[in-house]
Design a protein around this ligand. Structure first.
Ligand SMILES: *Cc1c(COP(=O)(O)O)cnc(C)c1O
Length: 418
């Protein structure tokens, strides 16, 4: 049996209210990168995140990547600086470190939440200080697949050295730790509303900032750093990073179904848990303690070394099309790091089998310290991220995935095991 409809990881889903807000904006001629819907979207985000009384504010931006960039600018990161970054993540977490001319220093994950290892973080910072005589300027942590990092332990290390924390919560909108929203633990928090995230603005993001003064400063940088003169006068380099008012309309529509989306993703995870319960060699990742309340943006599994997948003989990792349609990785050489850090043959065999059944799965994020583009950067490595990358797979988890689809997915996986 094959599915007619391809089951994808996470597709956008509209509430039906988006057009109402867009029409309202068009009637008021608010088709600009500011306006009442941007303001309303920011207030809605602040309310959802429970920011009232904390002093924290939200600035809506054109992308999560832009939010990370402006967080680094606000932290005063510049050429020659070092920024600690979780290695196991999407490249967007650390590319902005390069935008400001700084060097990312990668730190490996612990194997409970798959996020930055607090004790390795401590070691990395103290070693950077003794090697360079300077403190890293910031720490970028990530809540992968919506699972909160060990925020208390990370905060303790960050406070010990007085280094600001930038929390990349792009995948963790709606996740909580100890009842507090992901994105609100760091000095700065980053959200993404890209098409595949928990909600979409068709492309967009937000920066959670510590106070009103920083909010003004971030908006200033996001709008070309224009000084207060009747003519255009600039003392600093700015950016064009504000969210469009039309995108904010989509965001306002999405906020009306955010709780439904969160319920859905958590329910999908619960059902995967039930369906995999009989197979101990497939490990579904889950909340490690009751303090953790992941949004389960994507449900993820690890394949035990004790299983083998049918057809593994034919499975070797082949370059796939890259985002612009060209063949990726054609310039790779045999000695490339890729040859020693890739998904296991079982993961690839399973991915190919499922793909033939019209089920999309994807390996976990390939660690940044194994990416050719960051090969020169310092890295503090325990091997955890590489092992996760070798053994892990993301499963379809989006709003269009029904319980019957999940049964088909899990049965297909169980049928694939020798
Ligand atoms: C999606 C994502 C981003 C980037 O967000 P955009 O809105 O696409 O720029 C950053 N970090 C992580 C971990 C992400 O998954």
């Amino acid at each position: 049996m094959t599915n007619n409809r391809r089951l994808l990881l996470c597709m956008p889903h509209m509430s039906g209210n988006e057009m109402k807000f867009i029409e309202e904006a068009m009637r008021g001629n608010w088709a600009v990168p500011m306006g009442p819907h941007v303001d309303a979207f920011e207030r809605a985000l602040e309310e959802f995140l429970g920011l009232e009384g904390t002093g924290k504010r939200v600035v809506a931006l054109s992308a999560g990547t832009a939010a990370l960039h402006l967080a680094l600018v606000a932290c005063g990161v510049g050429p020659g600086d070092e920024v600690i970054c979780q290695s196991m993540t999407f490249a967007a977490s650390c590319n902005p470190v390069r935008y400001v001319g700084a060097t990312p220093v990668f730190v490996d994950s612990e194997n409970v939440t798959w996020n930055i290892d607090p004790s390795l973080l401590d070691r990395a910072i103290s070693e950077r200080i003794s090697l360079t005589n300077r403190k890293p300027k910031a720490i970028i942590i990530v809540h992968l697949y919506g699972m909160p990092a060990q925020v208390e332990e990370i905060r303790a290390v960050a406070d010990k050295y007085a280094i600001p924390v930038i929390e990349d919560a792009a995948e963790a909108f709606g996740s909580n730790y100890g009842g507090q929203a992901a994105g609100t633990f760091g000095d700065f928090g980053v959200l993404s509303f890209n098409g595949n995230k928990m909600i979409t603005t068709s492309g967009g993001g937000a920066l959670i900032v510590p106070d009103e003064a920083t909010r003004r400063r971030v908006i200033y940088y996001a709008t070309q750093a224009r000084d207060g003169y009747p003519y255009y006068h600039h003392t600093e380099v700015g950016y064009n990073y504000r969210l469009s008012n039309i995108s904010a309309c989509i965001g306002l529509g999405q906020m009306t179904v955010l709780n439904q989306h969160l319920e859905h993703h958590r329910r999908v995870h619960e059902i995967y848990g039930e369906l995999f319960a009989s197979e101990p060699r497939i490990m579904l990742s889950g909340n490690p303690t009751e303090k953790y309340d992941a949004n389960f943006w994507l449900s993820t599994i690890l394949l035990s070394r004790e299983l083998s997948i049918k057809g593994r003989e034919d499975a070797y990792v082949q370059p796939t099309e890259n985002a612009v349609g060209g063949a990726a990785a054609v310039t790779r050489q045999a000695s490339d790091v890729h040859s020693t850090c890739e998904p296991s043959v079982d993961v690839e065999a399973l991915r190919l089998r499922l793909s033939r059944l019209n089920i999309e799965t994807r390996p976990l994020w390939k660690p940044m310290h194994r990416q050719p583009v960051f090969a020169e950067c310092p890295a503090y490595v325990s091997g955890t991220a590489e092992t996760l990358f070798e053994r892990g797979l993301c499963l379809p988890s989006g709003p269009d995935i029904a319980p019957d689809d999940q049964k088909f997915i899990v049965n297909s996986i169980l049928d694939s095991i020798n």
